[in-house]
Design a protein around this ligand. Sequence first.
Ligand code: ADP
Length: 274
Amino acid sequence: MNLYQNRIVIKVGTSTLTNEAGNNNLRSFDRLACVLSDVRNMGYEVILVSSGAIAAGSNKLHMLQRPASMRHKQAAAAVGQCALMILYNKFFCDYDKTIAQILLNAEDIEHEEKKENLINTFDTLLEMGVIPIVNENDSVSYTEIESEGRLFGDNDMLSAVVAVLCRAKMLVILSDIDGFYDKDPRLYPHAKLIGKISQIDESVYALAGGAGSRRGTGGMKTKIKAAELATAQGINTTITNGNNPAALYEILKGNSVGTLFTGKQSPPLLIGSK
Ligand code: ADP
């Protein structure tokens, strides 16, 4: 499988897009839009996978806490997805970029014809200089909301699936922490950042704990799973801090930032390919 050398997928989590109070972190949106637009101007094709719909919807609906029932979560996601895209549109417009929304379910990837359509849509948008913004279609499916070992499960996994589908050269997962540590730094203050991992096995999973903040979702386990899927297809995957999206410039130069999971040399076929 040939990867597009100038195509990158960035995933951003709810904990980067909201502040401690759970409100929209406008500075984060702005920084992210600025860097991604600039990187696009440098000639890279950029796809953003963004969580945050339920949080944005809860804000918009003035909910005092994150909704508990499935139907309230899905309703909040429906409201929040609009709110999220309005924010992205505002900030990306400031940097003269056009965005597009793509909402996906696992079935869209598992079904051969839908998958082909999807790939064509991504390719065409990227050719036209558009920045696609992808999320799971939370109001229809529930895998990110309540993951049960499905293909996506969460947006970390969705970002890896999109990277593979679009044959991106690189996946960057922006989190609320600097990278992958030898233990959860929130529980162990002396935990050490691991700069590079070339083999993902049980010993790596054993170091990964769950979500760090009440706003986070997957924690490190889902990020490692995503890295495992992407690197198996030859796609280098980096976990770094979403507070500093400018780290992307360094990552593109090949400098060491956060934790790099190196892609396998001879990637096998795309997922779902015959
Ligand atoms: P996001 O919204 O960025 O996806 P998550 O809360 O889902 O945020 O995941 C990041 C959190 O994972 C960190 O804040 C940290 O507390 C937790 N975590 C668990 N184990 C580790 C580890 N080994 N290294 C780094 N972070 C870890």
